[in-house]
Design a protein around this ligand. Structure first.
Ligand code: FAD
Length: 287
């Protein structure tokens, strides 16, 4: 099923998850039990990340996306980055995804990898969206940034670039994680003003340990509301309490977003079935 149809036909807030493949040093099967538990919670779809600097030779994203779709019976979305790929490599990956029945792609530029010269065929995610659209066969999603992409010239430039991504073929957007809902509401309003009219899913990351908070903030620059920081500081040396506080914070964000009519929630599960289950149980009657 194409994800666009889900937004058109489900008549409810779409609730999706993100998972990631295991490290290249671990067998792919090492994540199957956890993914099975996560899919048993019946999200509307599950998206599978693509390793930074990934190449067409690494088929783990496709393998997991196919496992989720055909063995766990949940629709899947394969992430795909383009900054380190030639057109020929992207062609190989698209052919491979199609041959294995994957219908949905989250088209990304990807981050530049240190000491790796980016390939020149695709500069921005919108180039990849346009390329996939012309080829046909896939529903295309794109990423968006409620607190502005770190490399963007300005907030306005980032919104106008996002509009270009939608005009190039993205029919649904998934947001970067954020902890302050007002940042998301302000972004969604600006997107509307710019006539970006595709569904936007809000990316929610339940923070369940201290190292995760520090890593996330340095990677994506999400601002931390005082309420969030206070809670995390209070429980930083009590892992179980910190996990429960992180889950409670994410649930509160989701309840507020749903009450405000968000198109969808995209839960960054970090491959953690316990956390995914607690949050899903807490919000499923609201969707
Ligand atoms: P783009 O949309 O190309 O934007 C990148 C920058 O270029 C922005 O600052 C934008 O304003 C600017 N820009 C865009 N178009 C133009 C233009 N025409 N002219 C001038 N400037 C322009 N990374 C991975 O490696 N693997 C993953 O699986 C992965 N999954 C992700 C999932 C989500 C939901 C999100 C939000 C991010 C994900 N990322 C992933 C991270 C992503 O690759 C990085 O954030 C990357 O830096 C930007 O990718 P993009 O697709 O948003 O790029």
């Amino acid at each position: 099923m194409k994800i666009t149809e889900l937004f058109q036909n489900s008549g409810k807030t779409v609730f999706s998850y993100e998972v990631f493949p295991p490290k290249r040093t671990s067998p792919i099967e090492s994540v199957y039990d956890k993914l099975g538990e996560i899919c048993a919670l019946k999200p509307d779809f599950v998206s599978v990340t693509y390793g930074a600097g990934g190449t067409s030779k690494d088929s783990r994203t496709r393998e997991i996306a196919a496992k989720i779709k055909y063995d766990f019976n949940i629709e899947s979305v394969a992430h795909l980055t383009c900054v380190n790929s030639t057109k020929a490599e992207i062609d190989d990956t698209l052919d491979d995804l199609e041959a294995h029945g994957i219908e949905n792609i989250l088209a990304l530029r990807g981050d530049r990898v240190e000491n790796v010269e980016p390939k020149k065929d695709f500069v921005y995610a919108s180039d990849l969206c346009a390329y996939i659209k012309t080829r046909g066969g896939f529903d295309i999603a794109g990423a968006c940034y409620p607190e502005v992409h770190m490399e963007a010239e300005s907030e306005i430039a980032d919104i106008l670039n996002l509009k270009k991504k939608v005009e190039s073929g993205a029919t649904h957007l998934i947001s970067q994680l954020f902890f302050d809902n007002s940042a998301f509401y302000s972004f969604a309003e600006k997107a509307k003003i710019a006539s970006i009219n595709v569904p936007i899913e809000a990316g929610i990351m339940p923070v369940t340990n201290k190292a995760q908070i520090e890593r996330m903030v340095s990677l994506c620059g999400a601002s931390l509301p005082a309420k969030f920081s206070r809670t995390m500081q209070k429980y930083e040396n009590r892992p179980e309490a910190l996990r429960d506080a992180g889950i409670a914070y994410a649930v509160e964000q989701i309840v507020d977003l749903i009450s405000n009519g968000v198109d969808g929630i995209h839960l960054y599960t970090m491959n953690n079935p316990y956390v995914a289950r607690k949050i899903t149980e807490a919000v499923s009657s609201l969707l």
